[in-house]
Design a binder for this molecule. Sequence first.
Ligand SMILES: Cc1cc2nc3c(=O)[nH]c(=O)nc-3n(C[C@H](O)[C@H](O)[C@H](O)COP(=O)(O)O)c2cc1C
Length: 368
Amino acid sequence: MRFGSLTLSSNLFLSPLAGYTNLPFRLVVRELGGVGLCTTDLVNARSLLEKREKAFKLIETRAEDTPLAVQLFGSVPEEMRDAAVFVASTGVASIDINMGCPVRKVVNVGGGSAMMTELGKTAALVKGMVDAVKIPITAKMRLGWDDQNLTAPDLARALEDVGVAAIFVHGRTRQQGFSGTINLAGIRAVVQAVKTIPVIGNGDIITPQAAKKMFDETGCAGVSIGRGAFYDPWIFRRTLQYLNSGESVSPEPPFAERIRVMSRHLDLMVEVFGEELGCRMFRKVAPWYTKRFGPVAEFNRNVVRISTRQEFHDVLTSYLRWREQFLDENGELMQKFQPAPLVASFMLEPDVANRQHIPVPKGPVEVW
Ligand SMILES: Cc1cc2nc3c(=O)[nH]c(=O)nc-3n(C[C@H](O)[C@H](O)[C@H](O)COP(=O)(O)O)c2cc1C
């Protein structure tokens, strides 16, 4: 997989997830293999230029954390350009621009020629960044404001014309938030709109089969996975294996491996953020791992109180004892307690898909 001057080891990407795609999570995902490029949380361009500690923490990285894209957010062209120059000087592989939904104003004033003005403004901002740095600039967008305003194909084309190296597209509209299913035809329209740059499809990929369907039905050059990597940080490796071998999908990792990786994740959180903050931050991370554990009320109740690594291990030990009641004579979770198989929204009948949602943590959906 290539974009711009960059060659990646796979066409599978970790999506930016504000509050989660920090250095520890990226390292966890990389250690498990299969991912071609990881991205930071979105970073406010102005905060970076003002040298705010929080913004610097978001771009903290290390040698094992490559290749890395930093996602920038902002609407002032000079600030976005200067932030891009600064980020490029740190040695990252590429810069992604968060486009949330770039045509909000346009939709409010009724579209038409105003829409082209807004596209022109966005393209000019992006061109300023492209011209200022040597590394690839990519853009991440939704399909548009709503089903009547699917502007992503036009925007993608305009951005390609000013030198953007790749487009990431979440197959939902701004109005949808995180509800409804992924619109594969909408992603395909973006793929067809650009001339040569890769389009990377995104949304609801929680299994290797779903990744394959995204490739097959949209013609996208890569797929980007967000929440699916919470459930299954192994998803990149499993997907790559499935796509390359054409054989059946390898099973989800066993419980012991999930525990190992969850504990490793906590250790990295402590390394990067210090023990107390790392543990506090981990309170909202651990429940994602446990979604595939079977019965887990005991653990979830207690893990939200941890402040030290020792407390985490105490909670874990006590949970493992409690969990024994759900195991058979071989130490495996009894069938009736096993979590249902994961199925992506766009692999289900529409009425079922609308009832089964991947949980969405709280946050500013307007920029996601
Ligand atoms: C908690 C959370 C944080 C997110 N943060 C960002 C972000 O910082 N930048 C961005 O472009 N998208 C963000 N997104 C959107 C994701 O990158 C992705 O487009 C979306 O979740 C759909 O993909 P998924 O179904 O694989 O998660 C976020 C989504 C979630 C759930």
